[in-house]
Unconditional design. Sequence first.
Length: 271
Amino acid sequence: MTQNIAQTGALSARGLTVGYGDRDVLRSLALDVEPGRVTAIVGANASGKSTLLRGLARIMRPKAGSVLLDGVDIARMPAAQLALRLGMLPQQPVAPEGISVADLVGRGRHPHQRWFRQWSPADQAAVAAAMHATGIGHLAHRPIDALSGGQRQRVWIALALAQDPDVLLLDEPTSFLDLSHQVDVLDLVASLGEERDRTVVLVLHDLNLACRYADRLIAMREGEVHASGAPSEVVTAETVREVFGLDCEVVPDPLTSSPLVLPAARHRRHR
Protein backbone atom coordinates (compact mmCIF):
# COMPACT_ATOMS: atom_id res chain seq x y z
CA MET A 1 0.00 0.00 0.00
CA THR A 2 1.33 3.45 -0.93
CA GLN A 3 1.51 5.87 1.96
CA ASN A 4 -0.04 9.27 1.33
CA ILE A 5 2.30 12.04 2.38
CA ALA A 6 0.91 15.51 2.94
CA GLN A 7 2.38 18.08 0.58
CA THR A 8 3.87 20.86 2.66
CA GLY A 9 6.98 21.87 0.70
CA ALA A 10 9.45 20.34 3.17
CA LEU A 11 12.81 19.96 1.41
CA SER A 12 15.78 18.10 2.87
CA ALA A 13 19.11 16.59 1.89
CA ARG A 14 20.62 13.42 3.32
CA GLY A 15 24.26 12.54 2.74
CA LEU A 16 24.28 14.65 -0.42
CA THR A 17 27.47 14.57 -2.47
CA VAL A 18 27.50 16.65 -5.67
CA GLY A 19 30.37 17.68 -7.91
CA TYR A 20 31.89 18.15 -11.33
CA GLY A 21 33.87 15.25 -12.75
CA ASP A 22 36.25 13.97 -10.09
CA ARG A 23 35.84 17.08 -7.90
CA ASP A 24 33.25 16.94 -5.15
CA VAL A 25 31.82 20.35 -4.26
CA LEU A 26 29.35 19.09 -1.64
CA ARG A 27 30.37 16.18 0.57
CA SER A 28 27.86 14.12 2.57
CA LEU A 29 25.80 17.23 3.21
CA ALA A 30 22.67 17.14 5.39
CA LEU A 31 20.13 19.89 5.83
CA ASP A 32 16.44 20.58 6.36
CA VAL A 33 14.56 23.49 4.79
CA GLU A 34 11.63 24.62 6.87
CA PRO A 35 8.41 24.57 4.82
CA GLY A 36 6.51 27.78 4.25
CA ARG A 37 9.52 29.95 5.11
CA VAL A 38 12.15 31.96 3.25
CA THR A 39 15.60 30.41 3.59
CA ALA A 40 18.74 32.18 2.34
CA ILE A 41 21.95 30.33 1.49
CA VAL A 42 25.00 32.50 2.19
CA GLY A 43 28.74 32.00 2.07
CA ALA A 44 31.95 33.08 0.41
CA ASN A 45 32.59 32.61 -3.30
CA ALA A 46 33.13 28.96 -4.29
CA SER A 47 31.63 27.70 -1.02
CA GLY A 48 29.05 25.56 -2.85
CA LYS A 49 25.95 27.77 -2.65
CA SER A 50 24.81 27.51 -6.26
CA THR A 51 25.85 23.86 -6.48
CA LEU A 52 23.65 23.13 -3.49
CA LEU A 53 20.70 24.85 -5.15
CA ARG A 54 21.26 22.88 -8.37
CA GLY A 55 21.42 19.67 -6.39
CA LEU A 56 18.18 20.48 -4.57
CA ALA A 57 16.53 21.18 -7.96
CA ARG A 58 17.81 17.91 -9.55
CA ILE A 59 19.65 19.96 -12.17
CA MET A 60 22.77 18.19 -10.93
CA ARG A 61 22.48 14.50 -10.10
CA PRO A 62 24.02 13.52 -6.78
CA LYS A 63 26.98 11.18 -6.68
CA ALA A 64 25.66 9.95 -3.35
CA GLY A 65 22.82 10.69 -0.97
CA SER A 66 19.39 12.03 -1.76
CA VAL A 67 17.12 15.08 -1.83
CA LEU A 68 13.69 14.57 -0.29
CA LEU A 69 10.56 16.59 -1.01
CA ASP A 70 7.95 15.87 1.64
CA GLY A 71 9.82 12.65 2.39
CA VAL A 72 9.96 11.44 -1.23
CA ASP A 73 13.30 11.09 -3.05
CA ILE A 74 13.07 13.51 -6.00
CA ALA A 75 15.32 11.21 -8.05
CA ARG A 76 12.36 8.81 -8.20
CA MET A 77 9.79 11.44 -9.14
CA PRO A 78 8.77 11.79 -12.81
CA ALA A 79 10.02 15.05 -14.30
CA ALA A 80 6.49 16.32 -14.94
CA GLN A 81 5.46 15.65 -11.35
CA LEU A 82 8.57 17.34 -9.95
CA ALA A 83 7.98 20.41 -12.16
CA LEU A 84 4.55 20.81 -10.58
CA ARG A 85 6.03 20.79 -7.08
CA LEU A 86 9.39 22.53 -7.45
CA GLY A 87 10.52 25.47 -9.59
CA MET A 88 13.94 27.05 -10.00
CA LEU A 89 15.06 30.41 -11.34
CA PRO A 90 18.76 30.10 -12.32
CA GLN A 91 21.33 32.87 -12.52
CA GLN A 92 21.05 35.00 -15.66
CA PRO A 93 18.25 33.10 -17.43
CA VAL A 94 18.03 33.68 -21.18
CA ALA A 95 14.76 34.44 -22.96
CA PRO A 96 14.05 33.71 -26.65
CA GLU A 97 14.75 36.81 -28.73
CA GLY A 98 11.74 39.06 -29.18
CA ILE A 99 9.42 37.15 -26.85
CA SER A 100 6.82 39.24 -25.03
CA VAL A 101 6.43 39.38 -21.28
CA ALA A 102 3.05 37.62 -21.33
CA ASP A 103 4.33 34.83 -23.59
CA LEU A 104 7.37 34.23 -21.40
CA VAL A 105 5.34 34.13 -18.19
CA GLY A 106 2.91 31.78 -19.92
CA ARG A 107 5.71 29.24 -20.33
CA GLY A 108 5.51 28.70 -16.61
CA ARG A 109 2.28 26.79 -17.26
CA HIS A 110 3.95 24.14 -19.43
CA PRO A 111 4.18 21.59 -16.57
CA HIS A 112 0.39 21.81 -16.26
CA GLN A 113 -0.22 21.03 -19.95
CA ARG A 114 -1.24 17.58 -21.16
CA TRP A 115 -1.98 16.26 -24.61
CA PHE A 116 -5.64 16.12 -23.64
CA ARG A 117 -5.69 19.51 -21.87
CA GLN A 118 -4.05 22.45 -23.54
CA TRP A 119 -4.28 26.13 -22.55
CA SER A 120 -7.23 26.68 -20.25
CA PRO A 121 -8.96 29.50 -18.36
CA ALA A 122 -7.13 28.25 -15.26
CA ASP A 123 -3.80 28.75 -17.02
CA GLN A 124 -4.81 32.24 -18.09
CA ALA A 125 -5.87 33.08 -14.54
CA ALA A 126 -2.57 31.77 -13.13
CA VAL A 127 -0.54 33.91 -15.54
CA ALA A 128 -2.63 36.99 -14.77
CA ALA A 129 -2.25 36.41 -11.02
CA ALA A 130 1.53 35.97 -11.34
CA MET A 131 1.87 39.17 -13.35
CA HIS A 132 -0.31 41.06 -10.88
CA ALA A 133 1.70 39.76 -7.91
CA THR A 134 4.95 40.93 -9.49
CA GLY A 135 3.55 44.24 -10.68
CA ILE A 136 4.27 43.69 -14.38
CA GLY A 137 0.72 43.58 -15.82
CA HIS A 138 1.29 46.84 -17.70
CA LEU A 139 4.30 45.27 -19.43
CA ALA A 140 2.41 42.28 -20.83
CA HIS A 141 2.93 43.11 -24.50
CA ARG A 142 6.44 44.53 -24.21
CA PRO A 143 9.39 42.46 -25.49
CA ILE A 144 11.43 41.30 -22.53
CA ASP A 145 14.71 42.46 -24.08
CA ALA A 146 13.37 46.05 -23.98
CA LEU A 147 12.98 46.02 -20.18
CA SER A 148 15.28 47.21 -17.42
CA GLY A 149 17.19 44.71 -15.28
CA GLY A 150 14.75 45.05 -12.40
CA GLN A 151 11.75 44.61 -14.66
CA ARG A 152 13.25 41.53 -16.31
CA GLN A 153 13.91 39.95 -12.93
CA ARG A 154 10.28 40.48 -11.97
CA VAL A 155 9.21 38.80 -15.22
CA TRP A 156 11.33 35.74 -14.46
CA ILE A 157 9.89 35.53 -10.96
CA ALA A 158 6.40 35.82 -12.47
CA LEU A 159 7.22 32.86 -14.74
CA ALA A 160 8.20 30.82 -11.68
CA LEU A 161 5.02 31.90 -9.89
CA ALA A 162 2.85 30.95 -12.86
CA GLN A 163 4.31 27.46 -12.54
CA ASP A 164 2.75 27.53 -9.04
CA PRO A 165 5.22 25.22 -7.27
CA ASP A 166 5.21 24.42 -3.58
CA VAL A 167 8.97 25.09 -3.45
CA LEU A 168 10.66 27.98 -5.27
CA LEU A 169 14.46 28.05 -5.64
CA LEU A 170 16.12 31.33 -6.68
CA ASP A 171 19.82 31.55 -7.53
CA GLU A 172 21.07 35.07 -6.80
CA PRO A 173 17.87 36.85 -7.87
CA THR A 174 19.37 40.27 -7.02
CA SER A 175 22.55 39.95 -9.10
CA PHE A 176 23.36 42.96 -11.30
CA LEU A 177 20.54 45.02 -9.76
CA ASP A 178 21.02 48.36 -8.02
CA LEU A 179 20.11 48.60 -4.35
CA SER A 180 16.61 49.92 -4.97
CA HIS A 181 15.76 47.04 -7.32
CA GLN A 182 17.35 44.53 -4.95
CA VAL A 183 14.99 45.69 -2.21
CA ASP A 184 12.01 45.56 -4.60
CA VAL A 185 12.79 41.96 -5.58
CA LEU A 186 13.38 40.82 -2.00
CA ASP A 187 10.18 42.53 -0.83
CA LEU A 188 8.40 40.50 -3.50
CA VAL A 189 10.13 37.25 -2.53
CA ALA A 190 9.26 37.76 1.14
CA SER A 191 5.62 38.36 0.26
CA LEU A 192 5.48 35.07 -1.67
CA GLY A 193 6.17 33.07 1.44
CA GLU A 194 3.74 35.05 3.57
CA GLU A 195 0.80 35.13 1.18
CA ARG A 196 0.97 31.60 -0.23
CA ASP A 197 2.78 29.76 2.57
CA ARG A 198 5.31 28.83 -0.11
CA THR A 199 8.77 27.45 0.64
CA VAL A 200 11.39 29.78 -0.84
CA VAL A 201 15.13 29.06 -0.94
CA LEU A 202 17.46 31.66 -2.43
CA VAL A 203 21.18 32.24 -2.76
CA LEU A 204 22.23 35.75 -1.68
CA HIS A 205 25.61 37.47 -1.58
CA ASP A 206 24.57 40.35 0.65
CA LEU A 207 24.61 39.03 4.19
CA ASN A 208 22.75 42.00 5.65
CA LEU A 209 19.90 41.69 3.13
CA ALA A 210 19.77 37.96 3.83
CA CYS A 211 19.40 38.68 7.56
CA ARG A 212 16.67 41.22 6.90
CA TYR A 213 14.52 39.13 4.55
CA ALA A 214 15.10 35.47 5.40
CA ASP A 215 13.44 33.50 8.18
CA ARG A 216 16.32 31.02 8.17
CA LEU A 217 19.95 31.09 7.01
CA ILE A 218 22.21 28.31 5.77
CA ALA A 219 25.87 29.38 5.94
CA MET A 220 28.10 27.38 3.60
CA ARG A 221 31.85 26.86 3.99
CA GLU A 222 33.96 24.68 1.70
CA GLY A 223 31.03 22.59 0.52
CA GLU A 224 29.56 21.96 3.94
CA VAL A 225 26.83 23.51 6.08
CA HIS A 226 28.79 25.50 8.64
CA ALA A 227 25.74 26.85 10.47
CA SER A 228 21.98 26.99 10.02
CA GLY A 229 19.07 28.51 11.87
CA ALA A 230 17.47 31.88 12.45
CA PRO A 231 19.62 34.88 11.41
CA SER A 232 20.09 35.86 15.07
CA GLU A 233 21.52 32.40 15.76
CA VAL A 234 23.75 32.11 12.70
CA VAL A 235 25.19 35.58 12.24
CA THR A 236 27.80 36.18 14.91
CA ALA A 237 31.20 37.82 14.63
CA GLU A 238 32.80 34.40 15.02
CA THR A 239 30.71 32.78 12.27
CA VAL A 240 31.32 35.67 9.86
CA ARG A 241 35.05 35.34 10.48
CA GLU A 242 34.98 31.58 9.91
CA VAL A 243 32.72 31.66 6.83
CA PHE A 244 33.84 34.87 5.10
CA GLY A 245 37.29 35.44 6.61
CA LEU A 246 36.11 38.87 7.72
CA ASP A 247 36.50 40.61 11.05
CA CYS A 248 33.36 42.50 11.98
CA GLU A 249 31.01 43.70 14.64
CA VAL A 250 27.42 42.42 14.66
CA VAL A 251 24.79 44.83 15.97
CA PRO A 252 20.97 44.94 15.82
CA ASP A 253 19.59 46.45 12.61
CA PRO A 254 17.85 49.67 13.78
CA LEU A 255 14.97 49.08 11.34
CA THR A 256 14.26 45.37 11.89
CA SER A 257 16.35 44.24 14.90
CA SER A 258 17.84 41.53 12.66
CA PRO A 259 21.65 41.14 12.80
CA LEU A 260 23.59 43.85 11.00
CA VAL A 261 27.20 43.13 10.02
CA LEU A 262 29.64 46.04 10.26
CA PRO A 263 32.91 44.99 8.60
CA ALA A 264 36.14 46.05 10.19
CA ALA A 265 37.97 48.37 7.80
CA ARG A 266 41.32 46.96 6.68
CA HIS A 267 42.47 50.37 5.45
CA ARG A 268 41.33 53.51 7.18
CA ARG A 269 41.27 56.89 5.54
CA HIS A 270 42.89 59.65 7.54
CA ARG A 271 41.06 62.93 7.37
